[in-house]
Design a protein around this ligand. Structure first.
Ligand code: NAD
Length: 458
């Protein structure tokens, strides 16, 4: 159901869509409203009208509510983990990481409610100070690959700052989104300050276009993010977190066992469906074959859940076909496994050259491309040679090379001897080319607040 003005309601059109278990598509998880523009307008009406009381609530109260929501999620952790496995297709271990991280995010942003502050300036005898206040209505549009975690990193700070939020989750994970909203409501977020609108791109676009939505925070594909950016325009603010084509460069001195472990974790964890997932390995001639062999062996042993949806399965198999057609060598995997669910085996290609689609396009599935680099400079050029700039990794014991890589890498996140996936909740995160990249870190609350400069004379 949608949540509008505190009421759980169907779409105004009465239309619904079904979500099914990706491991067993006969298992229907539920029917959810197929919302349209009118539903979004009603949700924005309700939040524009109702968010004032929340904005006026003391920071202490807003923080308490977020902590209480975290507690409610913690109490239901086992159930939420099982639902996440069933709805999204994460393995139980992967789902458990997410259901433990989301309450921590809410606690973290609860504390941010107290940290919102300003500065004072000396200007003759005038007192000049800055003051931050909520933007008003925030639109949050989220993907399915972290259906609790990513929304908690948007709803948490938006609510902590005193905004009202209209939340449009992915249609792939509507139930999990609903669970987060239920916890926030039960914890005491006033019904007027939070709305949930289910559905796909149509309600997402309507939310981005609505001039009453002062800030739109989006995570998802680059194409949708660019579209949303155009719709929001220069008058309002947009925070966009988009795709990646993330490389790991392995230097000749690297411990190949360690390199293989972190590559496989980054490439095939979450069935390859992570924005910071490793999709390319760039290796020198002296290490290439031995590394490839180790990666293949580990990948074959790696437990992978199903892909999240039939479109994910089709896209992955399509790229396996494209890679072969382009002349890359399929070394391992890339086959459908189990005729019912959306399972595939981890695909590993070698002899991938920079012009190939396999080297340039985000696949967002378990497909890994090996590229050869003659030397360090060529490795950096290959690593930087895509339109994306989200995450990049290097494996080496040579600190000087690692620092040079960090300096020359065209990516927002650089990992040394770590998988490209995974990040700290308190550090800035975002792609290098993406607007308002502070999706976390000290400047994040600036996105959710307006700054005023006040001049005071007696
Ligand atoms: P998606 O872009 O298809 O959808 C994301 C959200 O946007 C969904 O809620 C969807 O309904 C909505 N949407 C789609 N088109 C829209 C439009 N034109 N206008 C408004 N809303 C629209 O992405 P997805 O398949 O859900 O997620 C996978 C993508 O997300 C990958 O590209 C991945 O790299 C990216 N991602 C990025 C990060 C990050 O932090 N950089 C994190 C996770 C996922």
């Amino acid at each position: 159901m949608n949540l509008i003005a505190g009421h759980w309601t169907p779409a105004l059109s009465g239309e619904t869509f079904a979500r099914r278990n990706p491991a067993d598509p006969d298992d229907v998880i539920g029917e959810f409203p197929q919302s349209g523009r009118a539903d979004v307008a009603a949700a924005v009406d309700a939040v524009a009208e109702g968010a004032g009381a929340w904005a006026a609530a003391p920071a202490d109260e807003r923080a308490r509510v977020l902590v209480r929501a975290a507690e409610l999620l913690e109490v239901r952790r086992a159930e939420l983990t099982a639902e996440l496995v069933r709805e999204e297709g994460k393995t139980p271990a992967e789902a458990a990481v997410e259901t433990s991280r989301t309450p921590l995010n809410l606690r973290f942003y609860a504390a941010e409610a107290h940290r919102i502050g300003g500065e004072t300036y000396q200007a003759d005898s005038t007192l000049v100070y800055t003051w931050r206040e909520p933007v008003g209505v925030v639109g949050a549009i989220t993907p399915w690959n972290f259906p609790l975690n990513i929304p908690s990193r948007k709803l948490g700070p938006a609510l902590a700052a005193g905004n009202g939020v209209v939340f449009k989750p992915s249609p792939v994970t509507p139930l999990t989104a609903q669970r987060l909203v239920e916890a926030l409501l039960a914890a005491g977020v006033p019904p007027g300050a939070l709305a949930l609108v289910h559905g796909g791109a149509e309600p997402g676009a309507a939310l981005a276009e609505d001039p009453r939505v002062g800030a739109v925070t989006f995570t998802g594909s680059t194409a949708a993010g660019r579209d949303i950016h155009r719709k929001v325009g220069p008058e309002r603010r947009a925070q966009l977190e988009m795709g990646g084509k993330n490389p790991v460069v392995v230097l000749p001195d690297a411990d190949l066992g360690r390199a293989a472990r972190l590559i496989v974790k980054g490439a095939f964890g979450l069935s390859g469906q992570a924005c910071t997932g490793t999709s390319r390995v760039i290796a020198p001639p002296e290490a290439h074959d031995a590394l490839l062999e180790r990666v293949v062996k580990l990948a074959q042993e790696h437990e992978m859940g199903p892909l999240a949806a039939d479109f994910q399965l089709r896209k992955t198999l399509e790229y396996v076909r494209v890679g072969q057609e382009e002349g890359a060598r399929l070394v391992s995997g890339g086959q459908r496994r189990d005729g019912r669910g959306f399972f595939v085996t981890p695909a590993i290609f070698a002899e991938v050259t920079p012009g190939m689609r396999l080297a340039r396009e985000e696949i967002f599935g378990p497909v890994l491309a090996f590229q050869r680099a003659a030397d360090f400079d060529e490795a950096i050029a290959l690593a930087n040679g895509t339109d994306y700039g989200l995450a990049a990794g290097i494996v080496t014991h040579d600190v000087r090379r690692a620092l040079e890589f960090a300096r020359r890498s065209r990516s927002g996140l650089v990992k040394v001897n770590q998988p490209t996936t995974g990040m700290a909740m308190n550090a800035p995160f975002g792609g290098i080319e993406q607007p308002f990249k502070e999706q976390a870190g000290p400047a994040l609350m600036h996105f959710y607040t307006h700054q005023k400069t006040v001049y005071l004379s007696e």
